[in-house]
Ligand binder design. Structure first.
Ligand SMILES: *Cc1c(COP(=O)(O)O)cnc(C)c1O
Length: 465
């Protein structure tokens, strides 16, 4: 597959070049020349294939020519020892994307990217150093994804004292090829230092530098996989046993032997919905996740529509109404991984779809912090199910559109983008103690090892040389 820049459709590059360079030289984002199609055989078995098989079939056409099938097979199996269960909660389905090591959906992209980079750079003599500035979530997923990947080291910069204790352990508790720098400043300072280092010619002579940021196409493509798997399951009238990490209330369907908790599986209800494409709600910030969903739909996954649910940073919902794209400064909310006023992946969406097409496929909705808190409370009270603030935005957005009859009742699934224990400061005052999954409690035992520097380019350079 060839990829071109959203700003120049003439020149195109291989998957390897697009992935390793991240951003196109003209400042655009790489997009595939065409969106491939699932074969009829794959399409009809998406709901019953194993996660790694769906991953292999989904990613294969994009990397054809750069990653041989046998290598891709190894990469997906090594990247995904966990999967994305589609569970029922009341009359809803929830696609739990938090079963990876850092308990947020970014693990799906970061783990594939790390392994793809390692393969694509085989035989390179110069070491690759990846620089990441993070406000919290991305740094942990990238650090974890690249941990112990040969030939690559990662330096994560985070604002000192402004990430949660859990996030700090995800970023600065791994050691090995991952180093962490606590910057005495803000996230913007961290970004400024990374940009300065990436532009330093002398440094580049000594090592290859890259910034594994969220617009990298190799992080986006593997995110299409869980959409295809989930849409396939919903279409087949299937769901997975309850997620282990967020126990639901004891009650009808309670099942310890199955290794999980189930409530209200409504099997008859689900079967009645089989054969209908699903409506999928995506809590959105930079819109990388939703773009990956659009790719899955174009490939042939049985999706009817998407709901783009944002907090008050509602640039895209506004665009869907007016057709006028107005990026703006971001505002702080309790769903802070979605505090984005100028979503970088919008350029990618606009490269594939006109406003009219987007309006047909995507429904926009935005939710206040107060509504988010109330939803966390109500879902816990009714179902004994804990959701994080980002998932709550998706849940309430779905409620709103159903109440306004903008969507029809039918198979509907909400993407749960993070484990609620990651945001316990917000969730626990509302719900009480959240059961913490083993991966997170183990992470809390790690020792933080980071170097503190002032927010000055010279101090950062000294560390890198
Ligand atoms: C990154 C993130 C989002 C937003 O995803 P985008 O792809 O930027 O739209 C939503 N929820 C959580 C928990 C995240 O970490």
């Amino acid at each position: 597959m060839r990829f071109f820049s959203t700003r120049n459709k003439q020149d195109n590059v291989s998957f390897a070049a697009a992935a390793l360079s991240g951003l196109a030289p003209d400042g655009g984002l790489f997009v595939p020349q065409e969106i491939p199609q699932y074969t009829a055989a794959v399409r009809s078995s998406l709901g019953t294939m194993g996660y790694c098989d769906v991953a292999f079939e989904t990613i294969k056409p994009y990397v054809a020519g750069d990653i041989p099938d046998s290598v891709l097979e190894d990469i997906v199996h090594s990247a995904y020892p966990f999967s994305a269960p589609l569970v029922t909660v009341g009359d809803r389905m929830v696609l739990e994307l938090f079963h990876g090591p850092t308990a947020a959906f970014k693990d799906f992209g970061a783990r594939f990217m790390a392994r793809a980079f390692s393969y694509l750079r085989r035989g390179e003599q110069k070491p690759l150093r990846i620089l990441v500035a993070t406000s919290g979530d991305t740094g942990g997923a990238v650090a974890d994804g690249f941990f112990e990947v040969p030939g690559i080291s990662v330096t994560v910069l985070y604002p000192k004292g402004r990430v949660t204790p859990l996030q700090e352990r995800q970023i600065a508790g791994l050691g090995g090829n991952i180093s962490a720098i606590a910057v005495e400043g803000s996230f913007d300072d961290c970004q400024r230092l990374v940009k300065a280092a990436l532009g330093d010619e002398n440094l580049r002579k000594r090592m290859d530098l890259s910034s594994a940021n969220s617009i990298n196409i190799s992080r986006l493509i593997p995110q299409s996989v869980y959409y295809a798997a989930a849409a396939g399951k919903a279409f087949a009238g299937l769901t997975d046993p309850g997620g282990e990490a967020t126990p639901k209330a004891k009650g009808e369907g309670w099942n310890m032997e199955g290794g999980g908790w189930r409530v209200n599986t409504n099997a008859a209800d689900l079967r009645a919905r089989a054969g209908q494409p699903a409506i999928l709600t995506v809590p959105s910030g930079n819109f990388g996740n939703l773009t990956a969903g659009l790719y899955a739909m174009k490939m042939g996954a049985p999706v009817k529509q998407f709901i783009a649910a944002t907090n008050i940073n509602k640039t895209v919902p506004d665009f869907l109404v007016s057709g006028d794209y107005q990026p703006r400064d971001s505002q702080a909310t309790i769903s802070n991984a979605m505090d984005v006023g100028a979503p970088s992946n919008f350029e990618r969406m606009a490269a594939h779809f006109s406003w009219e097409e987007m309006r047909r496929i995507i429904l926009g909705v935005y939710i206040s912090d107060e509504e988010t808190r109330r939803t966390i409370h109500d879902v816990h009270q009714h179902y004994g199910y804990f959701i994080d603030p980002h998932t709550a935005v998706g849940w309430n957005g779905t409620d709103k559109l159903l109440a306004e009859k903008q969507i029809e009742a039918g198979p509907a699934a909400i993407l749960s983008t993070a484990h609620p224990a990651k945001f316990s400061e917000t969730v626990e005052p509302i719900t009480g103690k959240i059961p913490v999954p083993v991966s997170l409690s183990k992470t809390m035992e790690r020792k933080v090892d980071s170097k503190t520097i002032p927010a000055e380019v010279s101090a950062f350079m000294e560390m890198l040389y």
